[in-house]
Design a protein around this ligand. Sequence first.
Ligand code: FAD
Length: 229
Amino acid sequence: MAPLTSFRVGGNAKFYVEIKSLDELKEAIEYAKENKLDFYVLGGGTNLLVSDKGFDGLVIRIKMNELKVDGACLEIQAGVPLIKAINTAASAGLSGLEYLAGIPGTVGGAVRGNAGAYSCEICSAVKNVTAYDCETNKEVVIEGGLCDFSYRSSVFKKNKNLIVISTILELAPAKMEDIQEKTKETIVKRASMGLHGVKSAGSFFMNPTVADDKLKEEFSKEKGVAVRN
Ligand SMILES: Cc1cc2nc3c(=O)[nH]c(=O)nc-3n(C[C@H](O)[C@H](O)[C@H](O)COP(=O)(O)OP(=O)(O)OC[C@H]3O[C@@H](n4cnc5c(N)ncnc54)[C@H](O)[C@@H]3O)c2cc1C
């Protein structure tokens, strides 16, 4: 698995398949069930730490790769690299994803983990998500508001039976040059953080959300304080 993850570590998978269509996904799940194998869904492998012992089951890599612009919407299959979706939106004059530029991985992984950066999360653009429910063997379409999105989480993270197949992102028309500029700026800003080419899975820490006003005041007063006596 090492070559398939950004950490570049991890032993072998007992079985491995790349799926390019829903039918292939169904077939893979059926195979796992029939042979009593655990299965694990893999996107871009950029948020994954695999044991040196590998995985004693079937790894299913999502490679469904279609992408369509329809008015102000982007219809994207789960295996599309997030950056490709962002660049397509920019070329189509559709704004809303610029601050996500530079987050590696696939659209499926981003939806599942509600990927975000610079106060922008993918959930703010999600109109709906089509998922395959491995328990019922049926496709389900879940409206964005019902995906239970929260900080780096979603219903797809909580329910391992739901595999993201595709999503429709609803974006806002804007000037193409402005979107491209904002996208480029974001990429440059991220590049300066020195994570390019480093064996990592990005940040290990969650940004705390502070609701309490008193605490907020305390934090702002102590901004920059390294040690409190
Ligand atoms: C250098 C670097 C910088 C990063 N910066 C950020 C950042 O700024 N913000 C941020 O949010 N994240 C960041 N990440 C983490 C990572 O890129 C995101 O979490 C990304 O969305 C993961 O997508 P992936 O396709 O690589 O998922 P993977 O790593 O392949 O999988 C991650 C999890 O999602 C599941 N999964 C993958 N595809 C699907 C699917 N189709 N359906 C259901 N489950 C699925 C997998 O089973 C696994 O549990 C960074 C990572 C790196 C290496």
